[in-house]
Design a protein around this ligand. Structure first.
Ligand SMILES: C[S@@+](CC[C@H](N)C(=O)[O-])C[C@H]1O[C@@H](n2cnc3c(N)ncnc32)[C@H](O)[C@@H]1O
Length: 279
């Protein structure tokens, strides 16, 4: 039997992948998967329709199509996800880094570098925030916590991969640390428990411990906010990712103990990153 061309493989992929929230464009997804399975650029795959990939590539691509159709996130198949221009190892033990979390990086890098020295990342997951911040600001000393030992192993591997040092600590939020820190960043779980079953299929492959924010979604974020006066150095700042409609509720929790700045909006206009600082 003739071996399939790129054109045939893409047609096959587009037909096999169901169009749904996580796969809005099956053909584009097929291009992405074939390019990764083959180690070629997406442009090459799009423009070289008559090429015939090796059997091993076709086998990998077809396996990925099957798993992707069954709901596995694309980045779990390749084991890697880009974040702020770098590749991070991911697996089912950690949340796949999301583009909106890059807003925390952007806000952190906008701070005057010389005024920040000690940084804390609470709930580090893959380590994407902690590792990115040290890569971008080698003078910053970054500590990162997580409750999950498996997540901390992945984060440590990502720090090694990018050749940076991060102090990893396993603890509940920042309970094992005394600080003070000039900057605290966190993307903690913030999905209300009752909403978990309604999440898109792909998101349900992330660990529940990385998503479940308790009955009102803000259990962990609120606990951290209440601990910030202890953790932050004078004039220290916190950048916390939250979900739609949660920023104002965090403002209430912060009360009069912490000063509030206008949150950073994501592309959808959601108040995505809450900014607090010690008065
Ligand atoms: C939403 S994920 C974010 C991971 C990473 N910061 C990112 O932005 O991709 C939240 C992380 O918080 C961790 N976590 C959940 N509860 C925690 C707790 N009580 N103390 C420390 N970490 C916790 C989870 O294990 C998970 O890795």
């Amino acid at each position: 039997m003739d071996r399939p061309t790129v054109a045939a493989l893409l047609t096959e992929g587009a037909a096999e992948l169901p169009r749904r929230e996580g796969i809005p464009d099956p053909r584009r997804e097929a291009v992405w998967l074939l390019a990764r399975a083959w180690g070629r650029s997406e442009v090459t795959v799009r423009t070289d329709a008559a090429a015939v990939p090796p059997d091993v590539v076709v086998g990998r691509y077809r396996e990925w199509l099957r798993r992707r159709a069954a709901g596995e996130p694309a980045h779990h198949l390749t084991g890697s996800c880009p974040f702020w221009g770098r590749e991070f190892q991911v697996c089912p033990d950690v949340l796949v880094p999301r583009p909106e979390t890059e807003l925390i990086v952007e806000a952190a890098l906008a701070l005057e570098p010389g005024r920040v020295r000690r940084v804390l990342d609470v709930g580090t997951g893959s380590g994407c925030l902690a590792v990115t911040l040290v890569c971008e600001r080698p003078g910053w000393r970054v500590t990162a916590t997580d409750l999950s030992p498996r997540a901390l192993r992945v984060a440590a591997a990502n720090a090694r991969r990018h050749g940076v040092r991060v102090g990893f600590v396993r603890c509940d939020l920042a309970s094992a640390l005394t600080g003070p820190f000039d900057l605290v960043v966190a993307n903690l779980p913030y999905v209300p428990s009752a909403s978990l079953p309604d999440l898109p299929l792909e998101v349900r492959h992330d660990p529940v411990s990385a998503l479940d924010g308790g009955p009102n979604g803000l259990d962990l974020v609120s606990r951290l906010v209440k601990d910030l006066p202890r953790l932050l150095a004078p004039a220290g700042q916190a950048l916390l990712e939250v979900g739609a409609g949660q920023a104002e509720r965090v403002r209430v929790v912060a009360g009069e103990v912490l000063a509030w700045e206008k949150p950073v909006n994501d592309l959808g206009g959601v108040h995505r990153v809450v900014r607090l600082h010690r008065q």
